[in-house]
Design a protein. Structure first.
Length: 290
């Protein structure tokens, strides 16, 4: 008799009201494709810890900001690590999976990121700007974000917040990886419409920029999104390294690019399950560089 197909617990908050995005549509698309090779069950993030022992792996996708269910997520993470559960993305991520403190580490190490500090004595390290972004270290989806003038910075309640200069960027661009291989890129030509995305063909310099952060994060199996902005001087600066549950905007891709991404994700999942060795496959090109 043929061996049983791998059982995947797919974690998503299908009803989460994401701004300008429909989580349920993306996860219907993905689970429909993954079901060709895996037995799939979909659950809410609050149910993942109780259900995961009956599955070969857990795939965390559009599960919403963790801060809305922090205690449940912490319990899921602790139990998964203790029991050796295969989780996709791997729980070793150093980006948003661990909060936004990595922006401080990357700033100190000289990476091309928006300069970030978390204490009053370090405010002088920030460049002059018309205003500054203040965000919680455990924030997500712009929750808790506010912009303040420089004269208010010294009075901020430091400890759980980060401060960055507000960048007058030309556009935002996102690079989407499976494991350590870039699959596609999208950009928002209008800075006021973050999710009005279009295909973007990255230059070699863009690829090197994004790859540097993925290499630093060192996740063997999983999906990562490197969010950057094009600064007034033309350089790219990291905005966020999304390594927990990045939205993929699959509905904006050509069928060829979308199919190539899903195929690469299946290969990655099989490798996580120990069924095969991952070999890098060049992504399908899409569109011209803007």
């Amino acid at each position: 008799m043929p061996s049983a197909r791998p059982r995947i617990l797919y974690v998503s908050d299908l009803a989460y009201p994401a701004k300008e995005r429909r989580y349920c549509d993306e996860d219907i698309t993905l689970t429909s494709s993954l079901r060709e090779e895996f037995d799939i069950a979909v659950c809410h993030p609050l149910d993942a810890a109780a259900l995961m022992s009956g599955f070969d792996a857990v795939v965390v996708r559009n599960s919403g900001p963790v801060l809305h269910y922090q205690a449940a997520y912490d319990a899921f993470r602790e139990r998964a690590l203790a029991d050796g559960v295969r989780v996709y993305n791997q729980l070793s991520g150093k980006g948003d999976m661990a909060g936004k403190g990595y922006l401080l580490e990357l700033t100190a190490a000289g990476f091309p990121v928006i300069p970030t500090v978390d204490s009053a004595p370090d405010l002088d390290l920030l460049p002059e700007a018309d205003s500054y972004a203040v965000k919680p270290k455990q924030g997500a989806d712009s929750i808790g974000l506010e912009f303040v003038p420089r004269e208010r910075l010294a009075g901020l309640p430091f400890g759980d917040i980060l401060v960055q200069p507000r960048i007058d960027f030309r556009y935002e661009v996102s690079f989407y990886f499976v494991d350590d291989t870039l699959q596609y890129a999208l950009y928002a030509p209008d800075p006021e419409r973050r999710w009005a995305l279009e295909p973007y063909e990255p230059t070699s310099e863009d690829r090197e920029f994004a790859q540097r952060f993925v290499d630093w994060n060192d996740i063997a199996y999983g999906i990562q999104r490197v969010d950057a902005c094009r600064a007034p001087g033309g350089e790219l600066l990291l905005v966020e390294l999304e390594d927990l549950n990045p939205y993929l905007s699959l509905d904006l891709l050509s069928p060829e690019v979308r199919d190539a991404f899903v195929s690469r994700m299946k290969t990655s999942l099989r490798a996580l399950l120990g069924q095969e060795t991952v070999r890098a496959v060049p992504p399908v090109r899409q569109g011209d560089h803007p």
